[in-house]
Ligand binder design. Structure first.
Ligand code: COA
Length: 713
């Protein structure tokens, strides 16, 4: 987003003035609730209720029209029925309003797309941005503005929420209140007719008061723009995403594996990982992570230690660490040095450190204190199973003290405690006080896992994009020729030409019309070669004896040429033989499939998988959005389950993974730079041993004149 747009979106989050159109003195109406929330929320700017009836609402004078208001209006919140919205939008334009927040439902979500488009076009033409329609509004702590019809009393804090679902958003406001999660903003995007998540990220990414961004997404409209904004955001702060709904866009009319192999959700998932987003499966996880990440210092290393008073719960935590990629400190010598002074002889100083069921609050204090002091340990998981040694009060005190110490020492700690009613009550109370404490070990560990995931993303991140130089005009020409011929696919020879221009030569192949020519061609291509009859009258070439493989020298060419002619004459004496095709013999290797396509939702994406049954049956493929760099490609290749086959199993040599990466860089370059290519799929690409390269055996290319996956598409 340009600086101008960034400045502009600031006006949506930090308006100096807000008009509420449809402000009603009837407390049952949405227009009333919005004014009430703005007033009770303590908005630092000026609010102007607007209603043709005039009068007063909550001591504020009501303006009959927006143009009666003196001075500028930054945001107009519109809460009147759909048929009247457009007229009001025109009045807002005349007034020079900067943003419209259209609460009203009854537009594209119910098929009334035309009117929504008219409104947005008109607004844009008059320099107004549109939030919504079909939203609950916007809350922004920066100016204490609650211009929503939510339950009010939003607690200010440092988590920002963007939600596509209004109803869920309102429920989230309630949930954040009970969970004591303070919000820096909550914005409903509704139909996303104009302002979308990416625009909002442009503000929230650079908003100092926002530490974590949480997004609820149902579908993506402008994937490329979104991906760019997300990558920028995750450089600055953690972004947690919950996505529901499986859009069919990507799968519809998918003519290639790249389009049909995975549901859009799998592509979404892959792209979120690529962007460093923390994807949560449930609202509970999303809230726990957001709260934890907003409040807790980031770990400065990878060594986590579990302290427990029970073996079982320690094992569960170990499993959870494996699940969420939390690395347990395993230097037994140092662990012993640190923890033996605080562990009974019958306990264990291995990780989990078991201070045993007889551990009293002081024992926890000593063990957790030792962990806090040691610089080798970067984070702590504290577990407690209810015992008779503790009463609930001392348990709560011990946890609060240690949490405060860890916060002061800038080291993350999570707690999981298990027990009866008293323990449950402690959890409720401590959570309200902001302590990351859970009954479920997995929930506790998942919070740490989220922190480590973001940390490792940042460590691996590079802004680099890898591309290959290629003559894209020549490629476009090939595609345009096919389109002018009325085709949306390339013929075999066109596809071969295209591949050659892209630096991905396919097996050479030429048609010989005489024995001499066959020998010349074979020598030009290089032995071994394959020969095949070329005849419209012979469909099943092998059955007719029209194919000869693995020909190694001139003599074999002469014999095979004559044999093919004789066999085919005998097979079908009437057949017209156009010639004999002489092709490079492709050595067999490990077959992989590579694809690139312009996805309707996500823009250019690339795909990788192992060929044969791995792709057909197991759908073992991985996706990434382009542009991308080599390390992103490496992570994509490693992601498939059959990756060990490329490393070489059972004494086989490692395959030429570098060459696969090169090929994917070329495909990514091609799909991004070519306007007309919509899909390209190499299947199979033969991969040889390391150093011996790869060979594209077959390729399929689809072309179109309609630009797909573009930001306005
Ligand atoms: N300018 C200003 N005020 C106007 C107006 C105009 N051009 N036209 C009408 N009004 C006033 C009305 O007179 C009324 O005030 P009153 O109570 O003093 O009579 C007020 O605006 C609201 O209009 P009303 O016709 O009573 O509508 P409503 O309040 O029943 O419904 C919406 C309006 C926007 C709430 C409704 O159309 C809607 O879309 N509801 C769904 C909202 C929603 O769920 N959004 C998504 C959330 S996630």
């Amino acid at each position: 987003m340009s600086i101008n747009n960034s400045l502009k979106i600031t006006r949506l989050f930090e308006p100096r003035t807000v008009a509420v159109i449809g402000a009603s003195s009837n407390p049952n109406k949405i227009g009333y609730t919005i004014v009430k929330n703005i007033v009770q929320g303590g908005y630092s700017g000026h609010v102007y209720p607007v209603n043709p009836k005039g009068g007063k609402i909550l001591e504020l004078p009501i303006y009959q029209t927006i143009d009666e208001i003196e001075g500028e209006i930054d945001v107009a919140t519109i809460a009147i029925p759909a048929p009247f919205v457009f007229d009001v939008v025109k009045a807002c334009a005349a007034k020079g309003v900067k943003y419209l927040s259209i609460i009203t439902s009854g537009f594209s979500e119910v098929g009334n797309t035309e009117e929504e488009k008219q409104i947005v076009t008109y607004a844009r033409e008059h320099g107004m941005g549109v939030l919504g329609p079909n939203i609950f509004g916007i809350y922004s702590a920066a100016v204490s503005l609650d211009a929503t019809f939510g339950p009010g009393k939003i607690m200010a804090g440092n988590v920002a929420i963007i939600t596509q679902s209004g109803a869920l958003g309102i429920a989230m406001i309630g949930k954040t209140a009970t969970e004591k999660i303070g919000l820096s903003a909550i914005v409903s995007v509704g139909n996303k007719a104009d302002v979308d998540e990416a625009d909002l990220l442009d503000y929230l990414t650079y908003h100092d008061g926002t530490k974590v961004i949480l997004m609820y997404i149902e579908g993506i409209k402008q994937g490329e723009k979104f991906i760019k904004a997300l990558k920028e955001a995750t450089q600055k702060k953690p972004v947690v995403v919950i996505k529901s709904g499986r859009s069919k866009r990507g799968a519809v009319a998918a003519a290639s594996h790249t389009g049909s192999l995975a549901g859009t959700d799998e592509i979404f998932d892959a792209i979120m990982r690529q962007c460093g987003v923390l994807r949560a499966e449930s609202l509970d996880d999303a809230f726990s992570w957001a709260k934890f990440l907003a409040d807790t210092p980031m770990p400065d290393g990878e060594n986590t230690v579990i302290v427990t008073n029970g073996g079982g719960i320690g094992v569960m935590a170990t499993d959870a660490c494996e699940k969420y990629n939390v690395k347990l400190y395993d230097d037994l010598h140092t662990l012993k040095q640190i923890f033996s002074p605080v562990t009974p002889d019958f306990g264990s100083t291995k990780n989990p450190v078991d201070i045993t069921g007889q551990a009293a609050p002081n024992d926890y204090n000593s063990a957790l204190g030792a962990g806090l002091k040691n610089n080798e340990i970067s984070s702590m998981i504290a577990l407690y199973c209810e015992t008779a040694v503790f009463d609930a009060d001392s348990l709560s005190r011990m946890i609060k003290t240690n949490y405060a110490n860890y916060q002061a020492g800038q080291k993350p700690i999570v707690f999981s405690i298990l027990g009866g009613e008293a323990v449950e009550n402690s959890i409720t109370t401590l959570r309200k006080e902001g302590v990351p404490i859970f009954a479920d070990v997995y929930e506790a560990v998942s919070c740490l896992g989220a922190a480590y995931k973001w940390r490792s993303y940042l460590q691996d991140y590079t802004e680099e994009v890898d591309t290959t130089a290629m003559d894209i005009n020549a490629i476009e020409q090939i595609a345009q020729n096919a389109l002018q011929d009325g085709r949306t696919f390339l013929l075999a020879d066109e596809a071969q030409q295209l591949m050659a221009v892209a630096g991905l030569p396919m097996p050479q192949s030429h048609v010989a019309h005489s024995l001499d020519e066959a020998v010349r061609l074979a020598e030009k291509i290089g032995y071994p070669v394959v020969m095949k009859v070329v005849s419209r009258d012979i469909l099943h070439k092998s059955d007719a004896g029209g194919v000869a493989l693995d020909l190694d020298n001139k003599e074999e060419i002469i014999d095979a040429y004559q044999a093919i002619i004789q066999n085919c004459r005998a097979y079908n004496p009437q057949a017209v033989i156009q010639g004999i095709e002489v092709s490079e013999m492709v050595k067999s290797g490990t077959e992989v499939i590579l694809g690139a396509r312009k996805d309707g939702a996500f823009g250019p994406i690339v795909m990788f998988g192992l060929g044969g049954i791995y792709v057909e049956v197991m759908k073992d493929v991985a996706f990434r959005a382009a542009p991308l760099n080599r390390s992103e490609i490496v992570s994509m290749i490693k992601e498939i389950k059959s990756y060990p086959l490329l490393l070489g199993v059972r004494g086989e040599a490692r395959k030429d993974i570098e060459s696969i990466i090169d090929t994917l860089v070329k495909l990514a370059t091609l799909i991004r730079q070519s306007k007309s290519i919509t899909d390209i799929e190499i299947n199979p690409l033969m991969v040889y041993e390391q150093g011996d390269g790869t060979k594209a055996v077959d390729v399929r290319v689809l072309v179109s004149n309609v630009e797909k996956g573009n930001p306005n598409g």
